[in-house]
Each structure stands twice: as C-alpha cells, then as structure tokens.
Write a protein that binds this ligand. Sequence first.
Ligand SMILES: Nc1ncnc2c1ncn2[C@@H]1O[C@H](COP(=O)(O)OS(=O)(=O)O)[C@@H](OP(=O)(O)O)[C@H]1O
Length: 343
Amino acid sequence: MNQNHGPTCNGQKEYWSDPKTHEKYKEIISTTPQRKGIWVADLHQHEGFWWSAYSLKGVLWARDHFMPQPNNVILSSAPKSGTTWLKALSFAVMTRSHFDEPASPLLTRLAHDCVPFLESEVRSNPQNLDLDVPLLATHIPYTSLPKSIIDSGCKIVYICRDPKDVFVSLWHFVSKMNPKAMDASALEDLHLEDAFEFFCQGYSSFGPYWDHVLGYWRASLESPEKVLFLKYEDLKNDTISWVKKLAQFMGYPFSSEEEQKGMVQKIVNLCSFENLSSLEVNKSGITQVGTNFLSLKNSSFFRKGEVGDWKNHLKLEMAMRLDQITEQKLKGSGLTFHFSSNA
Ligand SMILES: Nc1ncnc2c1ncn2[C@@H]1O[C@H](COP(=O)(O)OS(=O)(=O)O)[C@@H](OP(=O)(O)O)[C@H]1O
C-alpha cells in the first residue's frame, strides 16, 4: 500500500496519540460557545460555523500541521451535498488507467475508504492500493481551511446541493446515527420539525449551510483555476459533461481516444447511485468515516440519490421557508438554486 498524501497521515497519527496536543485542543474547544443542534452531541461555535467537538479538533490540528502536496486535489462539501459521489467520481477519474483491469477498488470499498478526510482520524489503510492517489476530502468551510491549502497550488473541487434536499438527507442520516436509533424505524427520536428549525438557524455540523456554500462560491469566482464549483443537481442532470469538466480541472483530461472508447460513460456507470448502492460492500459493510468516531453502516451513505426528495418529507411552508432563507442569504452573490418550493 502506498497511499502517500504527504505529512497529513503521519502528522495526524502523532496528533491522535499525543496527549499534550489533544489537551491543548480540548482546552480551546471548552472555551467555545456550545449548543444543541442536528447531531448526536453538542455543537461548538468557531469562526462563524458550528462543529462537533471531534471535527473542531480535527480542523485545529489541520490548521497547525497539515501540509498539502502540490498535486493534491481537495474535495470539499458540506455534509449530505454529494460527498460520496464526488469522491467516487474523482477517484475513478484519477485511477482509470490502473483499474480498467483489474476491477476498480470502488467495487469492493466504500468511496470514503478510497478518499480520506484530511481533518479526520487517520484510519488503518483499508484500501490496500498499490498506487498513490493525491485526493483528500474535507467538510471544513473555505474560510477555516488550513492556510497551507489556500497558499498552496493544490486545487479544490466543491459540491453543493439544494438546501431542501440537504436537510432531508441530513435528517435521515443523523436519525440513523443516533446510538438509540440504529435503524430507520426509530426516526421519531429526532423530530423532523426540531431538526428543521436547527437547520434553518444554522445549527448543523459545519453550518450554517448557506455560509459554507458561499465561502466556496466566492473563492471559485476569485480563483476559478483553483476552485471548481459544482452543483449536485447539475451533476445529476448531465453527468457526462460535468465529469469531463471535473477531469479537465483536476489535470486528468480524457483523450479523444478515451472518449471514443466510452471511458467517461464507464466511469459514470461505475459511480452511479444504482451501481454503488447495489454493491455488497455498500449494502452490508461497516466503516468508521468522516469526522467522527462512530461506526456507520456503509448503506447509510446511499439512501435515494434523487433530486427533489424533499417533496416527500417537507410541508410546503417548510420548503418555502428554506427557499426564502436561501434567496436572502445568496442575494447579490450571483449564485442561485433554480428549485422552487412548489416545483
Ligand atoms: N453515487 C451517487 N449518486 C448520487 N447520489 C448519491 C450517490 N451516492 C450517495 N448519494 C447521495 O448523496 C447523499 C449523501 O451525501 P454525502 O455523500 O455528501 O454524505 S456525507 O457527507 O459523505 O455523509 C445521499 O442523498 P439522499 O439519498 O438524498 O439522502 C445519498 O443517497
């Protein structure tokens, strides 16, 4: 296994086993405003965003120690915006020359086990891959990213999604994560209305959602060569074109020969919701993923994978309220979501 993402992994390991560093961050975190939100534990406010204690520790560590390699591509997103899909697509694009034969690791590993989060606990290398894939992921908002990333030449790909679908996806996910509610039948443990209120007020992990999106949106306008801004809905609507743009941006463009041979379509098919969610590893596997210590069912990352599922969960007035917040927050930014609440 040679997955060398630079000092991240080694440094991270030291951090997690060094009690002094651990104490230092614990102390900082203890001074932050704290409150309840959409999560199994309390959220902490730091630099205008809400974090779980675990992810805040991760970002503090990353800010002090993380040094990207110049060829790193950072995949960024707020939770439930399309992270798993973006990881799979980017990984498949970058490794396509290695994994035409034998089959792609994505067939036997969760996408999160192929692309680690830069701020999360370093896990043992489950990939067992024989190549160096310079991909890292993060949920860290743009303005809180380690300076080393901003100053580096490495590229960032950001994916966002209609906040209504993000909320619905998050509600399902968090409800299943509740230790008392490890199966979908216990959704009542987190009332939709309570979770909705938290989300609207920005009290969700890495929230407020809109501020997360706006940070990367502005960065993509300022430095389009460094930040590629994607929308889940666009990717759904025309996956082929966006995967080509993604590949071009990351520095792995498809040759015309590859295009003629159907390589883009092959990657799109490999990473489709239908394909990934039907794989044994994603149906029955368990992983420790993201910015927390919880063991999660791989299947929890694959629910419906649709645009507009909010219609099955949100009352019209809830949808309208979210749309109003979105409109208000994004006003003047040039960013819009073309998904009206009564569509
Ligand atoms: N391959 C693929 N294609 C399309 N959509 C997909 C795919 N994989 C996961 N999903 C859907 O993405 C939602 C999960 O979001 P994230 O991957 O960002 O979650 S996480 O932040 O990594 O926890 C979640 O959305 P919902 O179905 O609406 O809940 C997943 O079903």
